[in-house]
Design a protein around this ligand. Structure first.
Ligand code: NAD
Length: 491
């Protein structure tokens, strides 16, 4: 397995590689991928810089035609790609298909946008003069991503960046490199010219080389808050545009008047879908005291029936966690939780049968979690749910907002007034009413406040603000010098 640079498949110049391992079965080595360094990144950036010359001049709707074809190919290869993704990052086939569907939606959406990419014109303050503004591509975009959405998250950045006329150097996570190569195959087949899209595999060294390269003008990052903020501070020093999608500590509120069955379905999906490894996963459940005990009882009963296993098996509902390091981190947090709350389900690694060969954790629920608890405050990124009691809507909102993160939130209630108060008061980039904290759609702005982001939004129309710069144009057809602010006012 190789890097994809300037339309060709290449090893790392150093010849170094890393292994890609199936998290459901560590005996299954998927392949060796290039462990790239700054020299490989330099090759890719050079190819992307050269390709930018023609790509930015290609009419935007023509670029859109290629993206639409890419969407068709993603759809055609959906089953095959879903199997590849599940093998390398573990989530169930149903979920990897959903991941690909997001890329298909994004491809069609970005393609359509290439016929808009609206600028605007405004009246001039002078006679016989016209003002207009339009979006320009920026140049080479460095895209660095996590592994939990190996196709969807890169597609949110890469496809709009290409639609705008930028070129891309993509450094996928070393836990999901195979999916990235399929991404490249699909764009190549769709007709993306050599150099417009490049994949450089590797770890922090390659990611850092992208950030540092002087010809990379924009960095689009999805990953942990620690890595993202370090990248942002470096981009600040280098005066580069940077868009960050980082960690979360998302909460679902259930008020006393809620449809409890619906709220139960919601939290099971939000907390244990993707094995809790979504930036939007429900990791905190805030229950009104009147329904707390009954809801916990129903929740524990339902969660104890979840089937943990290899994501390729049709019955599996909860796949493995991504790797040994993450397993250890989750088990460490479970240990911490044992000391600060009450474990009512799970609380350990799952090594039943063949699961001993992988990295599985039993769905875990803690109750009596105080707002001071570390498991209430820190991102765990695994199938671990903290339950906290609230006494009112205001109390619930205060608990949700008592977080360093601000990605997604959810409230279950039949009271329309309570729902609207929650929409206004919850300090998150996304709020769901009577739905779980997960479920973003491609045509809506996506991102978070506080420790989750830096003010940008992917998805929808807002992503085009990340990947374009504005040009303002003044066209004077008066045939004489007209001095703005001076000739049309008495001085
Ligand atoms: P991570 O920060 O360890 O790695 C993310 C990417 O950054 C990887 O490609 C990695 O190789 C690269 N990287 C690491 N160090 C780097 C450096 N110094 N310079 C440049 N690149 C570097 O994150 P992870 O463990 O892969 O992913 C899990 C995290 O991602 C969680 O915190 C999760 O919440 C977050 N996430 C956020 C979103 C979102 O949209 N907000 C989506 C998915 C995942």
């Amino acid at each position: 397995m190789k890097n994809y640079i300037n339309g060709t498949w290449r090893d790392a110049r150093s010849g170094r590689t890393f292994s890609n391992i199936n998290p459901a079965d560590h005996r299954d080595v998927i392949g060796a991928f290039p462990l790239s360094d700054a020299t490989d990144v330099a090759d890719a950036v050079e190819a992307a810089s050269q390709a930018f010359h023609d790509w930015r001049r290609t009419p935007a709707p023509k670029r859109g035609d290629i993206l639409r074809i890419a969407g068709d190919i993603f759809a055609r290869r959906k089953d095959e790609l879903a199997a590849i993704m599940t093998r390398e990052m573990g989530k169930t086939i149903t979920e990897t298909k959903g991941d690909i569907q997001e890329a298909i939606d994004t491809a069609y959406y970005a393609a359509t946008e290439t016929r808009r990419l609206f600028g605007y014109n405004t009246p001039s303050e002078m006679a016989d003069k016209m003002n207009l503004s339009f979006r320009m591509p920026i140049g080479v975009c460095g895209i660095i991503t996590a592994w939990n959405f190996p196709i969807a998250v890169p597609s949110w950045k890469i496809l709009p960046a290409l639609a705008c006329g930028n070129t891309v150097v993509f450094k996928p996570s070393d836990d999901s490199p195979h999916s990235a190569n399929i991404f490249a195959e699909i764009l190549e087949e769709a007709g993306i010219p050599p150099g417009v899209f490049n994949v450089v595999h590797g770890q922090a060294e390659a990611g850092s080389a992208i950030v540092e390269h002087p010809d990379v003008r924009v960095v689009g990052f999805t990953g942990s808050t620690a890595t993202g903020t370090a990248i942002a501070s470096r981009c600040g020093e280098l005066n580069k545009k940077v868009s960050l999608e980082m960690g979360g500590k998302n909460a679902q509120i259930v008020l006393a008047d809620a449809d409890l069955e619906l709220a139960l379905e919601g939290v099971l999906w939000g907390a244990f879908g993707t094995t809790g490894q979504r930036c939007t996963a429900t990791s905190r459940l805030i229950l009104h005291e009147d329904i707390h005990d009954e809801f916990v009882e129903r929740l524990v009963r339902a969660a104890s029936t979840l089937i943990v296993g290899n994501g390729t098996l049709p019955a599996t509902q909860v796949g493995p966690v991504i790797n040994t390091k993450q397993l250890e981190k989750i088990l460490h947090y479970i240990d911490i939780g044992m000391g600060e709350a009450t474990c009512v389900l799970g609380g350990k690694r799952d090594t039943d049968g063949d699961k001993a060969y992988g990295t599985f954790v039993k769905p875990t629920i803690f109750t009596n979690v105080s707002r001071a608890a570390r498991i209430f405050r820190e991102e765990i990124f695994g199938p671990v749910l903290s339950v906290t009691k609230c006494t009112s809507l205001e109390h619930a909102i205060d608990l949700v907002n008592d977080s360093a993160y601000g990605l997604s939130s959810s409230i279950y209630t039949r009271d329309v007034n309570a729902a609207f108060v929650a929409v206004r008061e919850l300090e998150t980039g996304i709020t769901y009413i009577n739905a779980p904290t997960i479920g973003a759609e491609a045509h809506m702005p996506f991102g978070g406040v506080k420790g989750t982001g830096n003010g940008h939004r992917e998805g929808g129309w807002t992503v085009f603000d990340i990947f374009t710069e504005w040009k303002s144009v003044y066209i004077d057809y008066s045939g004489k010098l007209q001095r703005a602010q001076i000739d049309n006012y008495d001085n």
